[in-house]
Write a protein that binds this ligand. Sequence first.
Ligand code: C2E
Ligand code: MG
Ligand code: MG
Length: 558
Amino acid sequence: MTEMKPENLFGTTAYYDKNSSCEELVQLISCGIQQDEKGIIFLNENGRCIYANKRAFTMFRVIDNLTILYDTFDAWRRSLGVEEGTTSWCEVYKTSNKERLYHVRYKVLNDNGKILGSMYVIQNVSESMDNDLGEQYRLTHDELTRLYNKEGFFAAVRKLLEEAEPDRDYIIVYSNIKDFKLINQLFGLNKGNDILINVADMLSQMVKEEDVYGRINGDQFALCMPKDRFDEKKIIASVKERASRLTSRTYSIHVQLGVYEIYDRRMDVSFMCDRAYMACKTIKRDNVCEVAWYNDDMLINALLEKEILSSFDFAIINKQFGIYLQPQHYSDSRIFGAEALARWLHPENGVIEPEVFISVLERADLIYKLDKYIWELAAAQLAKWKGTKWEKLSISVNVSPKDIYYLDIKKEFDDLVKKYDINPARLNIEITETAVTTDVNKCAKLIMDLRKSGFLVEIDDFGSGYSSLNMLKDINADVLKIDMGFLKKTEDHKRARVILNYTIDMAHELGMGVITEGVETKDQLAFLEEMGCKLFQGYYFDMPMPVKDFEEKYKDGV
Ligand code: C2E
Ligand code: MG
Ligand code: MG
């Protein structure tokens, strides 16, 4: 201890009397800490507790044994999910018969960038539990994450904006975890809570102490901060890093961030949050973290979405949904089947395309209702074709990724076969590659069961995701449907064609059929044929059309 120089101990900015000895200094400081009213705990750089003052022992009801204190404190600390950064918050500490409210300040200690360890300063503010302060805390904070709740957040943002520099631009960032409901259902509330605590912690690392953030409801968090400090790249990187720790083979987390720039500080904070949330909801891509900024078109779309959802049940009951059939061809113009594609035949607005309503219904967890309805229409169509010149045709139907969680799909299709007395080999089931990669194990079993029942299973939109090949080793389907769109999306057509060529070969080697969809030109057809593809679907041959038109066009049979 004696050879330690005060400079080393305090860094360059500390003031001390050069005539005092280092020992004297250390003794005084540790005595001060020892007698402090607050509990003080130091952890070394490895996170091991190496010093605690007297008060800390009494706060955690441990009698002068550092190891026991360490275990007790560490268990409590881990439940808070604190890992790095500097924060402060209030926290209820429960003993067997009492609850105490502790105000905790956590600080990483570093000397010129070198991390030495960390420090907790804990103050017992329990007396405020029973008075206005405690009541106020409970009313404005979320019990699980200890962040502001909705009311607390709104009030804190209002105050922040009132006090903020007038010329500085502020934003609201709203975060949503995609399909969080499913995580809860599949993995249980504990896992769900664990994820929420992690998101709360992640937020606290991204912000400065003067920023305001909270949990608005369920899996949704919001944050208000100056626009100039919002570093999109850095935030995405930090979300990705954290999400990778929470991701397993069976599920992955997708965090959507919507940003609303505040132009009118007097606007109701709840409206600002609604707008940031609207931006969140426009995110379609499935990356681990995506950011979308609000614009006024989103408000219009949100109103449209509301309209769709509020009239959906009525539309189903009143049979406003129908199927269009898009023929599927051999390379000569003969057809072997058709894909049934949903259309909303709206009495006032005319025919509405699926891109308007499918994703809305998927987000609202209502798609299974529509899909059941469409599958039934397809089965009924096959039944009508029995004994006609179209009886050899198959009809493919689409399964949304969410159906897999909301429906017993095999039972639904088995029941339709029974009800309409149709050949299951004529009712083909399209499952998208994205659905399969979301839960490979579940889908592998489902596909096996469906094939056992006699259905043909097609992997739709193959090649649109990023783990197509990996998926194929676990999945045994009948047909790969490759979307030509994947050629359009790339700059380097030569490379894409090589991949396409090998994909077709590989599918054939694996004993699978290949249908290329989205074929628009004669040239495309020619090079696909050269690659060995024999089945096609696309505007080059036919657009999707009402069943009547289909029967009319192919009235001479197939
Ligand atoms: P999908 O299952 O991949 O269906 C093929 C889509 O590609 C159809 O669009 C079709 O009209 C379009 N298409 C066909 N040939 C061409 C072409 O040559 N060029 C281009 N650019 N596009 C072509 P549609 O009918 O608008 O459906 C879009 C998507 O909506 C479908 O993609 C499917 O994912 C979804 N969808 C349609 N009906 C249903 C349904 O009943 N249930 C579910 N869950 N999704 C459905
Ligand atoms: Mg399809
Ligand atoms: Mg497709």
